[in-house]
Design a protein. Structure first.
Length: 479
């Protein structure tokens, strides 16, 4: 276990006045029942411009102890993370007494400590991770094991090899560090030789929204709050033009009619596409635009796609398709990270399709492609999902709300109960996430939120699907 700290923090440990050595000793005594052995190694980082961890230490477990006033919360996070390691015997949860005592002794008044979140209905929701602290994602006790297991095993799977990437500081710039990723996924057959790959997103807990000091942040991204979700299947990529066509051409089951007609080729970025913005040209290696994301589809179109997709699920699966809730989308986009992007503190046109003429923070600039790119053309995020940043905006199921005040804590879609009739429903704006090829990188952050009317279709709007257990409390949809 690495304790990232300053040299002064190490000196305090030597003087028995707290510090990395002291905290390591206390935590060791607390988790002795859960772990066979644990060793704490101080890693001195005095220069703020230095990377928090050298690249070769990146995968290791670490805690940032450079702020004296925050160690109680950091240690509590560690205890909770160790509690959820499946190979460990589990110690009792709850705030250990020594943490409460430490907090009362003045950790809350430390200079430079961020002010706590405004209390919500559950006071524990104000314990937010601080800047530079890795986001702890853990299995959720709220998820019924039988339901989760049944949902995960409902679809046949295969294993593929992918590549994920992170941006690391190097000298005065940035470099892309790529790593292999082995992923199990399900394939849903759509017909016409087309399939839809789905990735299982494990249940867990995360902090939704952005911290007040995140560059480009706006008030719609707060207040930050903890959300606990059950596991779900999510489209590995946005829906492609080929996938859209296959579903749009489906014939309804005997005795049924589709609720809405779908255009077969709605997209702007295809050989026969029409639109005033952007340009279209086949990229090297492309013979058609089948693997480009579908766009110029409205929220209502996307919901009709999901209804049709339901008819292709195995009858015994117990699953149904929908648009992801906003919480599900952000949870999957972050993939366990608390940084503005799943690839790190900034983003590069080498890793996503957005307006590369602009940079985020001191990140790199690059190409402004002015057209969509084939899905999966860039490295996946740590959970194997492609194009969560840029390419096309993605519809979510939720109604638009100006802030997260009163937002649900269980990951379900936030639907306004007042919208009970079709007219009220049609007037409710819907959520968009992820940014697009035309947008600034700040608009492609994991926490950025946008909105549009449910009948609006644009050359930058697409979507991906979620498959959930057939539970009326999950992603309930009015239409």
């Amino acid at each position: 276990m690495l304790l990232v700290c300053t040299s002064n923090y190490v000196r305090k440990a030597e003087q028995r006045k707290g510090g990395a050595g002291y905290e390591g000793m206390v935590v060791t005594s607390q988790v002795a029942r859960a772990i066979d052995t644990v060793k704490f190694i101080p890693l001195v980082r005095d220069n703020p411009s230095e990377p928090l961890l050298p690249d070769f230490l990146g995968p290791r477990l670490w805690l940032d102890f450079r702020d004296d006033g925050l160690y109680a919360e950091r240690l509590e996070q560690l205890l909770r993370e160790l509690h959820d390691q499946p190979r460990f015997r589990k110690p009792p949860l709850g705030r250990p007494p020594f943490l409460s005592e430490a907090a009362e002794e003045g950790s809350g008044s430390a200079a430079g400590q961020p002010e706590p979140m405004e209390p919500r209905k559950d006071k524990s929701n104000s314990d937010e991770p601080q800047k530079g602290q890795p986001l702890v994602t853990k299995p959720t006790p709220a998820e019924a094991p039988q339901q989760a297991s049944a949902a995960r095993n409902a679809l046949p799977t295969d294993t593929i090899e992918l590549e994920t990437a992170r941006l690391r500081r190097q000298g005065g710039g940035w470099r892309v560090k790529r790593q292999p990723l082995r992923l199990e996924r399900a394939l849903l057959t759509l017909g016409e030789g087309i399939s839809l790959p789905l990735v299982w997103i494990p249940g867990g807990e995360f902090v939704m929204g952005s911290p007040p000091d995140e560059l480009g942040r706006n008030k719609q991204e707060g207040p930050q709050h903890r959300v606990r979700l059950a596991g779900f299947w999510l489209g590995q990529t946005p829906i492609t033009q080929a996938q859209w066509r296959a579903v749009a051409r489906l014939v309804p089951p005997l005795g049924q009619r589709w609720q809405r007609q779908l255009p077969v080729n709605p997209s702007r970025f295809q050989p026969d596409g029409k639109g005033a913005y952007g340009r279209f040209a086949l990229l090297p290696g492309e013979s058609n635009s089948d693997q480009r994301p579908v766009e110029q589809v409205s929220w209502e179109d996307a919901m009709e796609f999901c209804r049709r997709l339901d008819t292709l699920l195995p009858g015994s699966s117990g699953l149904r398709c929908s648009l992801p809730s906003e919480a599900q989308w952000e949870y999957a986009c972050r993939a366990g990270e608390s940084t503005p992007f799943s690839c790190g503190e900034t983003i590069s046109p080498e890793l996503a399709n957005y307006n590369g003429s602009f940079s985020y923070a001191d990140g790199p600039k690059g190409e402004d492609r002015q057209q969509t790119t084939p899905v999966g053309a860039f490295p996946a995020n740590p959970w194997g999902l492609h194009d969560m940043h840029g390419n096309v905006w993605e519809w979510c199921l939720d109604h638009w709300h100006e802030t997260y005040d009163e937002a649900p804590f269980d990951g379900r879609a936030w639907i306004d109960p007042a919208a009970k009739d079709s007219e009220a429903e049609d007037n409710q704006s819907r959520l968009l996430r992820g940014g697009s090829l035309f947008d600034y990188p700040r608009d492609c952050r994991s926490a950025y939120r946008a909105l549009s009317g449910p009948d609006h279709a644009s050359h930058s709007l697409g979507f991906r699907v979620v498959c959930l257990p057939q539970d009326p409390s999950l992603n309930s949809r009015i239409k």
